[in-house]
Design a binder for this molecule. Sequence first.
Ligand SMILES: Cc1ncc(COP(=O)(O)O)c(C=O)c1O
Ligand SMILES: N[C@@H](CCOP(=O)(O)O)C(=O)O
Length: 416
Amino acid sequence: MADLTLSTDTVPDVAEDGVWLTCIECGEAYPPFEDVIYECAECGGLLEARYDEYATFEDFDGEGVWRYADALPVSGSVTIDEGNTPLYEAPGIAADVDVADLRVKHEGMNPTGSFKDRGMTVGVRVAERLGVDRLVCASTGNTSAALAAYGARSNLETLVLLPAGKVAAGKLAQASLHGATILEVDGNFDDCLDIVAELANMGEAYLLNSLNPFRLEGQKTIGLEMLEQFEADTGDWPDRIVLPVGNAGNTAALHKAFRELVEAGAMDDEEVPALTGVQAEGAAPMVEAIENDYEAVRGWDDVETRATAIRIGKPVNAPKALPAIRETGGTAVAVSDDEITDAQRALAEDGIGVEPASAASVAGLRKLRDEGVVADDEQVVCLTTGHLLKDPDAAAAAGSEPTQVPNDVDGVLDVL
Ligand SMILES: Cc1ncc(COP(=O)(O)O)c(C=O)c1O
Ligand SMILES: N[C@@H](CCOP(=O)(O)O)C(=O)O
């Protein structure tokens, strides 16, 4: 089992600017900015950034991701104003699910339309510091859109590998216009990730999927920002956060944000929100692991869902995300594609436009309320991860058909 204990008692010699990387499995420590490294050289375990001091709310200043600079491993320069996303009320859904408080944290309002921007502003800055000249990722779409934009911003060559025919139109258009080299692979996302990981280990390019621990440092800021906003609105912190799960980076990143606050003495253990993951039924290895109490996720070779962003069978961050769910008293649930589309419509009726994967959070909350797993006295935040316009085909299919009318006022009045 992974050891996710944070401690500032011993700072290893390899630390630079108070930052180092630690293997969550064997504890080996690595210098952060010397060599390019993604996994432990000793045991292959996932790496995590560690600090000689953890930031508290008093340390935060400014807006967006870089408000949280004291909790990040580098200072910013590759920024297009990511973060500072809205925490919406959703009156229709709130009335339907009937919990004490419901908010929707809409990460689709980031510059490229998804939470990936938070990870890229940090990850690409680290790439600059390491002096790499080519960036790479595998993607179901959003990671490639964000990498292409931040790569363009920092004048770095960007290569993206996508599962052919399985990436939504908006995301493909973004990667293309921002100038990425796009390679479509005859395989799924997990196959693409295997290839880019090998390319990265060969030194061909710098990997910016969530296997890269610095990406997750940026995504940590979702949790910090959400706590501050929720407290400003309600005077309290949420009891539960419900989020869609694909490669499980956000689950790991939110947990890290809260563990750091606990280590800094800014939050008590029992105040950490219950992390509750939602997957599509056709791509639910994390849910299977939680339901069956597996020690590790058993990857799925064949995955399918309308929510293409979370069409992932082998979540690389599972060794971080399983303890995140378990230690916070959360759970995981699978929802059908139709439940996802229904939730996408419900969000749209509250004026919140999201892509299908994002709506999984609301679909999951509805299901867990029906099953009595989520209680009516809970304060809940649903994370919506990507904008409606990312997947215009899915949005059009979920919406209503336009009505054809003649070219005159009477024709219009006839249908009113
Ligand atoms: C829109 C959207 N939602 C959710 C996810 C899943 O997030 P994670 O991989 O952090 O679990 C992704 C990508 O993975 C995504 O693009
Ligand atoms: N949905 C993701 C899948 C890759 O996840 P990552 O967080 O590991 O980059 C995407 O948009 O590609």
